[in-house]
Ligand binder design. Structure first.
Ligand SMILES: *[C@@H]1O[C@H](CO)[C@@H](O)[C@H](O)[C@H]1NC(C)=O
Ligand SMILES: *[C@@H]1O[C@H](CO)[C@@H](O)[C@H](O)[C@H]1NC(C)=O
Ligand SMILES: *[C@@H]1O[C@H](CO)[C@@H](O)[C@H](O)[C@H]1NC(C)=O
Length: 298
């Protein structure tokens, strides 16, 4: 009995000690622990003096780097701030299911080509002819696929900067006038990838997609389905389709993209944050900010 009470007493004391140790709210504690900020040697160093309503300094980029890292592989922030500034290596793990719409019949692509992470997205590329049929392939990753991710709305075919980071990797310079030159782009990216052990490139269009450098080295075919044509045509992509069936498919594509709007975003692509390179960081790379402040305000 006595020993139980003794134990309870010591337990009480121990808990009291732990709780005390976890409440660092005394003014003295702040003085001591925040002193280290003064080593940064500028006026705003001391958090006690922070004005949280003050915007970041004009040319500050730390806030942008932080926000970018917080938005990777998420559909909404990559749409809202569509011009990417970040490249990140990653892995598509074994067992991941990917989709490809073909236009030439039930044949695996022998050349460089694209896959989607959702069938609703790849289906719109099943637009062969009546003779060839409308074929949709489902593929499984069989070896860990090394990819490089371009953040932002990086597959948007516009000349205002969404493809700048790709241009720098493929061609060492930005070529906005080549924004529709997708064939040259995938060829040169894959050539660069071959030298650097990269098997594919992740981008975001209506949803996330992967440019595949070799369809047989890291994937196997699960099925080929002969589907009904969506009859999307080659008109202005913003024109809504006329027939209700196709309209439904287009909404389903938007719906499937909406699953990745916010955190955690697209989780099937595993990024290696330790390899993140930000084009906001002027110590590493020439900044893209001056070029983009022109196009963003324009
Ligand atoms: C911001 O950067 C621009 C362009 O490099 C420069 O002209 C300007 O002086 C900088 N402003 C500040 C406050 O550092
Ligand atoms: C199929 O769709 C793609 C992408 O929208 C387009 O580039 C191509 O011209 C279309 N092909 C046919 C046969 O309609
Ligand atoms: C693609 O990968 C397969 C299997 O690793 C290999 O046999 C083939 O040569 C590769 N194709 C190209 C074009 O490199």
């Amino acid at each position: 009995m006595l020993s139980t009470r003794k134990a309870a007493f010591w337990l009480f004391l121990a808990v009291e000690q732990v709780l005390t140790a976890q409440i660092p709210l005394s003014p003295d504690y702040h003085e001591v622990s925040l002193d280290s900020y003064s080593h940064f040697g500028h006026d705003h160093g001391d958090p006690l003096q922070w004005d949280l309503d003050e915007p970041p300094a004009v040319n500050a980029t730390g806030n942008l780097v932080f926000e970018t890292a917080n938005s990777l592989l998420q559909h909404w922030p990559s749409t809202r701030y569509r011009i990417g500034h970040t490249i990140v290596p990653g892995i598509v793990p074994v067992g991941t299911i990917l989709y490809h719409g073909t236009i030439t019949g039930p044949h695996m692509p022998t050349a460089l080509d694209w896959v989607a992470v959702e069938p609703e997205h790849s289906m719109i590329f099943c637009n062969g002819t009546v003779e060839s049929g409308y074929w949709h392939a489902t593929l499984a990753v069989t070896r860990p696929m090394k990819v490089l991710y371009f953040d932002g709305n990086s597959a948007a075919k516009v000349s205002e900067g969404t493809m700048d980071t790709q241009d720098l990797v493929a061609w060492s310079e930005m070529k906005p006038e080549w924004f529709e030159n997708e064939l040259q782009r995938i060829q040169d990216l894959c050539k660069w990838g071959q030298q650097n052990g990269i098997d594919g490139f992740v981008r975001m269009e209506m949803n996330f997609e992967i440019m595949i450098c070799n369809f047989t080295s890291h994937m196997e075919l699960i099925s080929f389905s002969n589907v009904e044509s969506l009859r999307l045509g080659d008109d202005n992509p913003t024109d809504l389709p006329n027939d209700p069936n196709t309209m439904h498919q287009v909404f389903e594509m938007m719906h499937s993209a909406s699953w990745r709007e916010n955190y955690p975003g697209e989780t099937r692509i595993i990024l290696d944050y330790s390899g993140l390179i930000s084009f906001y960081d002027n110590d590493l790379v020439p900044s893209l900010v001056p070029r983009h402040s022109e196009s963003n305000t324009g």
